[in-house]
Design a protein around this ligand. Structure first.
Ligand code: ARG
Length: 593
């Protein structure tokens, strides 16, 4: 479809005597109106005429379109209509090119800008909670789609591993570390941290010692560093297991500690330039947001000389720009840190870095639980495991109620895991990331609602149609693009190599499904532009719905070689888009359900 849009935009551009690209065209909400539309409101203002009149005038001036594209004015729009058979053959040949899932919707690697994507970023010695799941899976989706669409992505996990609390942790580890099992877990680290806090109540001097410990850490003290490093390693071991399970890999795990060596020189420089000013013993930068509105000043050095979270973020941004010269840097982080990022960006602006405008905070909302067991705990203390367990239990219930599944225990287990993970991830990804998320397991795992399992189910249905076609002999091997079938000619019986059959793709549902499939690249692109996986997730629901209507209205098997063959192409194209799309969302696909 991109190809047609380009041709249409070029012809329109010639008529208007200004360069236009496919991006200037819109997709009309009602597909019977046309495939692409150009809104004439702006031009109407310019010419001081009514938009419909302007649209009609422009439409009559568009010349040089290929035969398969026609143009007409529809209200205030200049609309372009592509002949269905042209769409069918262009789209199907693109989608069905290559083996496996093909490459439809992808662009050659590293042909576009450099995109630094920071996501996940959990804290050392704290459990990986559901809050970090949101940023991790959204980040991973943008990472995959970014690479798929030709961006040069650099992924960074900005581990929380630095700050006063890690002084406390090091002291706690020194005091109680010997009581821990030989392979301590994050929970063990949490327990000694809590123990330390209890001890402080009886012995406040410990608190001071911890503060000293962090200062020592910042100065590179060897003994302190060794204690701290142990705690980091324990945490990383656990995070790594989780990342492996989620299929997430980072180019760099650069925690806050990665930037310590740059802090002192940066602070000194900012003091010298008068950007950092003293305020109640601390050193702060007065900052504004991008609209110039004043914000609370950003502290970079506390009165005891220690740096804070924001100091390291300023240094990290500068480091990344120097190292990668990025075109875009996105921080996928909870919405409650909005002010923090506004302040950090404000400091960067004050430092004179105009690339600051390329930085964005992509905020994520919180989880809210309907389930009584979960809602009594504070959202942030619910772990990913807790949520997956809830989903898996529900999937088990549903599958157990089904008849004729005949699964072995291990098959059942694999299926429950795939569907459970899918349900949880899809529910998260298909919601607006910036909003809080209501987690109601009944709705999350509903096989009929707009859920992950519903999409998985549509995919297995495509797989099973193709399997049946092989069993009936209507398909041998893989589905390949065949232009002859689309022209209504089936190979075989006649001596000239083809016979006239009923022309395929006469049904509205076939065309509607095809056009929906053709929007895949557009929705991938939108997903990246808005940094919202929900763009792709909603699109995949549309594909599934279009496939559902097609499947209800059109028999695939037993319709004669031309029609069955063409419809099998459509089924295979649907299968590819669903599998590719769900794969980019990081969602596993069971063979059957
Ligand atoms: N570790 C932080 C947290 O869990 C998130 C870090 C976000 N990234 C950043 N560059 N500040 O809240």
């Amino acid at each position: 479809m991109e190809r047609f849009a380009r041709v249409a935009a070029e012809a329109l551009g010639r008529a208007l005597e200004m360069p236009l690209t496919a991006a200037d065209l819109e997709t009309p909400p009602d597909p019977t109106m046309g495939d692409f539309g150009y809104p004439c409101f702006k031009l109407a203002k310019q010419f001081r005429k009514g938009p419909p009149q302007v649209a009609a005038e422009i439409a009559s001036k568009v010349v040089g379109l290929p035969a398969e594209i026609s143009v007409r004015a529809v209200g205030p729009y200049v609309n372009f209509i592509v002949r269905p058979d042209a769409i069918a053959s262009a789209l199907l040949s693109d989608i069905l090119a290559g083996s496996g899932l093909g490459t439809y919707g992808s662009l050659p690697p590293k042909t576009r800008g450099k995109w630094v994507l920071e996501y996940s970023s959990p804290n050392v010695a704290k459990p990986f909670n559901i809050y970090h799941l949101r940023t991790t899976i959204l980040g991973a989706v943008l990472d995959r789609i970014g690479r798929f669409r030709g961006f040069d992505v650099v992924s960074i996990n900005h581990l929380g591993d630095w700050g006063t609390q890690y002084g406390k942790l090091a002291i706690a580890f020194r005091e109680y570390g010997q009581d821990l099992p030989s392979e301590p877990s994050i929970d063990d680290l949490v327990s000694i941290y809590v123990k330390f806090h209890k001890a402080v109540e009886a012995n406040p001097a410990l608190e001071d010692e911890a503060r000293q410990a962090f200062l020592k850490l910042e100065q590179g003290d060897a003994a302190m560093t060794a204690l701290w490093k142990k705690c980091v390693d324990i945490s990383l071991r656990e995070f790594d297991r989780l990342y492996a399970r989620l299929g997430v890999k980072f180019d760099h795990i650069w925690g806050e500690s990665h930037y310590t060596q740059f802090l002192a020189p940066m602070i000194a420089d900012l003091k010298k330039r008068g950007i950092l000013v003293e305020s109640e013993g601390a050193w702060v930068v007065p900052v504004t947001d991008r609209d110039g509105k004043e914000l609370p000043p950003c502290i970079l050095e506390k009165s005891d000389g220690a740096t804070i979270y924001a100091t390291r973020d300023v240094a990290a941004a500068k480091y990344r720009q120097e190292k990668f010269a990025f075109d875009r840097m996105s921080y996928i982080v909870g919405g409650e840190q909005r002010l923090h990022f506004q302040q950090v960006f404000g400091v960067l602006r004050k430092m004179g870095f105009e690339w600051e405008s390329k930085c964005e905070h992509v905020p994520t909302g919180l989880y809210r639980f309907k389930d009584a067991k979960m809602s009594t705990r504070k959202g942030n203390f619910v772990t990913l495991e807790d949520v997956l367990e809830l989903a898996r239990d529900r999937v088990k219930e549903i599958l157990a109620a089904r008849e004729g599944m005949n699964l072995s225990a291990s098959e059942m287990e694999a299926m429950v895991e795939a569907i459970g993970v899918c349900a949880v991830f899809f529910h998260d990804l298909h919601s607006d990331p910036a909003r809080d998320l209501e987690f109601d397991v009944e709705r999350v795992v509903d096989f009929e609602g707009e859920t992950g399992p519903y999409l998985q189910y549509a995919h297995t249905r495509c797989v099973s149609i193709l399997r049946k076609a092989r069993e009936s002999g209507e398909l041998s091997g893989d589905v390949v693009f065949n232009a002859q079938l689309l022209a209504g000619a089936a190979e075989g019986s006649a001596s000239d190599g083809g016979v006239e059959g009923p022309a395929p793709f006469q049904k509205a549902e076939e065309i509607a499904l095809l056009k929906t499939l053709g929007q895949f690249p557009l929705h991938l692109e939108r997903t990246l532009t808005f940094a919202k996986a929900s763009q792709l997730a909603h699109y995949l629901i549309d594909v599934t719905k279009a496939f559902g209507s097609f499947y209800r209205e059109c028999h695939v098997l037993g319709q004669g070689p031309a029609v069955t063959g063409s419809r099998l192409m459509l089924v295979e194209a649907t299968r590819r888009i669903l599998a590719q799309g769900l794969g980019l969302l990081g969602i596993p696909l069971p063979e059957r359900m």
